[in-house]
Design a binder for this molecule. Sequence first.
Ligand SMILES: [Zn+2]
Length: 412
Amino acid sequence: MSQAIIFQNARLLDGRSPEGEHDRFVRAEGGLIKEISDKPIQDSGARMIDLRGRTLMPGLIDCHVHVVAGLVNLGQNALLPDALVAFHAQRIMGEMLARGFTTVRDVGGATYALVDALEQGLTAGPRLIVCGKALSQTGGHADFRGRYDNRDADYQTRRLGALGRICNGVDACREAARDEIRQGAQFIKIMANGGVASPTDPIAFLGYSSDEIRAIVEEAHNAQTYVAAHLYTDEAIARAVELGVRSVEHANLIETKTASLMKERGAIACPTLVTYEALKNEGESLGLPAASVAKIDDVRLRGLESLEIMHDAGVMMAYGSDLLGPMHRHQSEEFVIRGRVLPAIEVIRSTTIHAAELIGMTGKIGVIAPDAYADFVVVDGDPLADLSLLTGQGRHLPIIVKGGEFIKNELN
Ligand SMILES: [Zn+2]
């Protein structure tokens, strides 16, 4: 059992109030937050840490990652041996934790075996929420077979390095959704629009028929969870939200009316603008196929505008990064990109309370409150004044705590 921790004189910032609270005392023990007070807390057995001048935040949450994406070329990634993919995932997860992300939601690729490895302490990483393999139609965003590749689509279903699996037709979609849930999926991901990284689906293509999406939404609902969908175009987003999709990934090409629909239905957006910047700058040199390079600007150029449209409509937005291979090091730059058009407090909420809401863990993560997990980052300074304090591979985070255990402590 880890030692109790008391943070003293802390400025708390979890997004529940616009400015946070000053001069607070926080006690954590047994992996949970136990007590918060505006007066000193006595506990002679606790490790006392004075945070005067610093900000105490909940551990950061990223709702759109692919921890098995060791390579930028996802078709090649799917062919790697599972053992090699697992070591890539170990490194990728360890680096995410070092950036202050204590929870990540994997939206395609990671299986429950990785959750198990983390829970058994075989490797270090964030809390991991998984959907198993994303569901894609033939020729959709998780089908990496090019025009002349006629392998059976099943070749990738059970490979750790594959982000998705192919299923077509209402019955096969139901079976695939049930099969992912059987294997430990905590939500279901579908590819409901064309994508950048895949070879034969222009951005505007709709993925899946309405009947297939409706069936998958029903299966997720039956399993007490929800569907997240890969979506760019206004048409695809509106259709998916009408059919009951709750988590709208990317959303770059959304327009005002559909944003209002999202708000009305309680759908949550998970933009991932940093990945298009990274793909633009580095994709080609890191092996992104030419067909994908040609599609980047179709979505990249509307990114910031989509944030403004959704913000104006009151759509809740969670933090996402969606990086691949060596580009994972840009994970925290999404904070700064969003800060160009959104109030800093909204950006903070995307990685705290709004992310927790999307994941379905409100009160347990993304908040500094009694009974929440003792997941913390300490920031040198005020992230509301300077969001770039959250970048730099954890350089401005002298303390990172996950479940009451110090991942890093440079203060004492
Ligand atoms: Zn993704």
